[in-house]
Design a protein around this ligand. Sequence first.
Ligand SMILES: [Zn+2]
Length: 151
Amino acid sequence: MAMSNTYNIDYHAISEGNSTLEFAINDELFAICQSPEILHGDGKAVFTINKNGNTAKANVNIITTVVSPCDRCLDECSIDVNWTGQTIFKLTEHTDEYDGDIIYVNNSNQSLDLAQYIYESIILALPIERAHQNIEHCNTDVTKFISTNIE
Ligand SMILES: [Zn+2]
């Protein structure tokens, strides 16, 4: 579990008022989340936080390039992601919950693991069709095969 510490923060370590947290998006994140869809990534996630006691609001900006198998030829193709969203961290007595808008932080351990949140946001931001923009960039062995079969 040591690996996921990169995306693990202590709620109490966030300063009251405004602050910014930055996380690298790299292969480690996709390994932690055991991603079947994303093979590599290179970018960052920036959380601009406004903390007020037990609640912290965060504006999130994710700028990254990810590498995913192409829908057409299955070769690796890279996709640019620029995603902006909001979330709320909330300290609670209850066990860890997650509902998309609010990330609940358990009062007793105060640990906030953002790996899943960052990963899911990237998946949401991906286009439905993940393919080389230009079909000429596709693996020609495969595209030749496809066009031969269509004719
Ligand atoms: Zn392709």
